[in-house]
Design a protein around this ligand. Structure first.
Ligand code: SF4
Length: 104
């Protein structure tokens, strides 16, 4: 499981740059660069009271990944030691990406 740093601080599941979900899904079947990937587990934090229901920060977590052209992708799972998700201020998952993508 990759150690995961998440810079998307306005995601509902983010706590101190850690993700509190047990697993996330990165999309980008046709991606050949980081900008074409996205974290589909992103949920925008809003003022209207929805809260982080996963309370534990995970230093590492299972990352399912559809970006098959990334060298860290092994059978649709991420095998990198550590990854970074970027896109702080995103209002939609399309504005996030896996900054650690490396083309095969
Ligand atoms: S580093 Fe590669 S395999 Fe791991 S989540 Fe990012 S795009 Fe997917």
């Amino acid at each position: 499981m990759p150690a995961l740093r998440c810079d998307v601080k306005n995601c509902l599941h983010n706590s101190d740059n850690y993700c509190c979900k047990r697993t996330i899904l990165v999309e980008g079947t046709d991606a050949d660069k980081s900008e074409d990937t996205l974290c589909s587990s992103f949920d925008e934090k809003n003022e209207s009271g929805s809260r982080n229901e996963y309370e534990t920060k995970n230093l590492a977590l299972s990352v399912e990944c559809e970006a098959v052209q990334c060298r860290f992708n092994e059978n649709l799972k991420c095998s990198a030691k550590h990854i970074t998700i970027s896109g702080n201020g995103a209002s939609d998952s399309a504005e996030t990406n896996c900054a650690s993508f490396e083309a095969k």
